[in-house]
Design a binder for this molecule. Sequence first.
Ligand SMILES: [Zn+2]
Length: 421
Amino acid sequence: MTDQPNSESPREVDLLVTGIGELATPEGEQPLSGSGMGRLSVQRGVAVACDAGRFVAIGPEAELIEGFRGRDTLDAGGGLAIPGLVDSHTHPVFLGTREGEFEQRVAGRSYVEIAAAGGGIRSSLEGVRASTELLLLEVLLPRLDRFLQLGTTTIEAKTGYGLTVADELKGLDVIAAANRSHAVELIPTCLGGHDVPPEFKGRPEAWIDVVCAELWPAAASKAAFADVFTESHVFGLEASRRLMESAREQGLGLRMHVDQLTSLGGAELAAELGAASADHLEHVSEHGIAALAERGVQPVLCPLVPLYLGEAQEAPARRMIEAGCAPALSTDFNPGSCYCMSLFEVMSWAALRYGMSAAEALTGTTLNAACSLGLGHELGSVEVGKRADLVLTDLPNHTHLTYELGRNPVRRVIKGGAAVH
Ligand SMILES: [Zn+2]
């Protein structure tokens, strides 16, 4: 497990982490599907050495203390250590919050009713459009602090609250600026297909024309992925296909919000297009699940969202795992349908609502999430050679990841081999 030569004097490294009670991590660079999703490496009494931003040794503590001298050292205090958490679906670039809508939903109004009355995504447009890049960055950075405090070291970050070419590009520039100034790594996604902007009400085709001709080409150098909200009240199957095929021509990877509120067949479309991820999937059909499994398209599931929206239908996660899919788990952090940044909360709810084991939940928030972002070779597990993103908790073992609700168990966060929280 180490690349340490048998030299006599200890090798100097940037960071040596000792006092780990249990190290729990999935392994490999590929998404774990089926029964493999619950197969973790669980080691006790190990230490971890990090250098030049990467894990360079993981092994028995006594051996590492002898073989390495850390310029910096951390004592994990006997708790559980896990890979830096990866949130593969967030919408963090927005100005105001929407707690009023939450109150309306609690009182019985539905997400679609609120959207039809001018709330929802459209109510967040005004804030983003009226804001400078600097202001949006100022409100984003404290959110990233909170992600980091909660053990999340990488997030996929979507735009989608601008919905003009200039405002979507502004959102991508905000994400790039955050990447330069914050320890959390952001993977940018242009969500130009979030909604039909009010200026294009009744003429969605005209907005699709603009996105295909202007937005995707301009976003291609700033974003890793393009995304669309495939739902009959937003973009139907043919409109979504047009948007995604055009994005792919520009070299953008594809992520899609599909089968969230109705069973439209978005999963089948994501499979046909070979998308990197098909997200939500509360109403996916058996045919859709089979298509995702066959094409190796990863589901990204958001167990807090139906809870938050007061929707009864849950994504059939167990069916997906049985069919051979490799789901990731995410918060879907956004001002409307999930104002929560905690992947620990997501893991607990994935256990309670989907019947996932703690091991499966950890794989879903680490390796499988990283793989859905094309980063399985770099992130998502604690293994020699990968980037040294590590979370030290006060939990006694990994089964507590799902067992304990409502408290942040994070003691220290290490990103790229440096203690950042
Ligand atoms: Zn979303």
